[in-house]
Design a protein around this ligand. Sequence first.
Ligand code: ADP
Length: 518
Amino acid sequence: MKRLIYEKLKDVYGYASFKQGQQEMVESILQKKDSVAIMPTGGGKSLCYQLPALIFEGTTFVISPLISLMKDQVDTLNAMGVSSTYINSSVSVKEMNNRLKNISEQKYKLVYIAPERLDSEYFMVRLQNIHIPLIAIDEAHCISQWGHDFRPSYMNIYQLISKLPKRPVIAAFTATATDKVEADIIRNLRLQEPTITKTGYARNNLSFSVLKGVHKQDFLQNYLRDRTDESGVIYASTRKEVDQCYENLKKLGFSVEKYHAGLTEKVRKSNQDLFLFDDIKIIVATNAFGMGIDKSNVRFVIHLNLPKNIESYYQEAGRAGRDGESGECILLFSPQDIITQKYLIEQSEKDDNYKAKEYSQLQQMIDYCHTSNCLQQHIVRYFGDQTYDICHKCSNCKDDRKLTDITNDALKVISCVKRMRERFGVTLTAKVLKGSADSKVKQFKFDQLSTYGLMKEKKEKEVIQLIQLLIADGFLELTESKFPIVKLNNKSIQVLKGEEKVFQKVQIITKKEKSFNY
Ligand code: ADP
């Protein structure tokens, strides 16, 4: 079997070797075992199901929510001499019938389908009489409420499988899965003792930075002027902000286009293609852009606003450096963005449980911005990988100032939280430490606590930042709710008992960025 798969790898794809994890997945699928692959973007997931599909008799189905990627993959496969097609909402009725007929006649090795197709009885009937050895599920995190992109139609996949005359092998793929998402994938797809391949989440060619307190447009101009021959994506959270940023950069003569859901499909497609084919260098976009774009030479991804969670951030930032060359992922943090994200959660029509989950995920994203530890490590730990060391190239690793022992300040904060009986949020705690005359402080008689005014020499904003840092580095906890409450945890107790010290690097701006004028 090994020989056969290497032959296919070389003859069909022209590759000399497998990327990490690919061979294990290909072999597992060929041994007819259900399989789950958690590989980073650019890890080479497609080959893991395509190669077995070439070897198996019959037609493999690939379920994917990424319409543009489907077309790209099918075009590439057909160019490689592998007969394949796709079925999604972009296909006309006439063409759809034609393709369905071909599917019934088993004319394709691979068929890509959008998950919504599974709702159609008509479609399902067509699958009854054909041999399906394998169903591959791309972006499998969409099946989990814990994922960043839950799609209800993914819940129907199991129905499809159970209606088939013979159960195929099922292989699920995703770039981002926490333990909870992984468990949901296995449970919701009813996978049978699956082989699980994880190649680690770290993207070693990417360097991450969080910049605080910068003037965003000035930063952008300076940054882009130094890189006029590089491709990059600038993400903003609203259409309005995309429009403004695009206008600014356009006026300054940058090679730029924009992308958001408010543009017509034609304009979006045309702008996307200009970017994909290197006719323009920069695209300013909302998160509507990028699901599935496979542009290999993106050198930087800049977020002008805080994303809603780490999954989304890592996926968007991860569009840099898909070719394995270096890429920069920069997040420009401003506290105002937290308010915007909270507003978005609050005004959605989701139930309270769901909202609590979103608040908690947002908090993890905020923690990422406040931590003084390695940013890549922070991300991979979030995804459950505790083994990763440090990257040596993120803005925190490169911040070479000595760590300052802030145990004394930490003690003041932790004691204050304790005296306030762990019932209040970050701002009120900061006010008490600052010794504020705020009416709420008086109302709860916090001006009588021994911790009142312990930090009166600091600005309230600094005290807030300090508390946020303690939360980010796990010395305090926040509850999951709209108005999160600061609580103690084991680490806080250890600090109180003098068993643990707390260190801090305050301002997180790297030397390189310091040379900019902002
Ligand atoms: P993912 O879906 O995991 O993001 P892709 O399947 O799109 O990744 O693959 C990413 C890139 O890696 C593609 O350009 C693909 O052609 C390339 N690639 C995949 N497998 C190999 C391999 N074994 N050797 C070299 N390049 C590969």
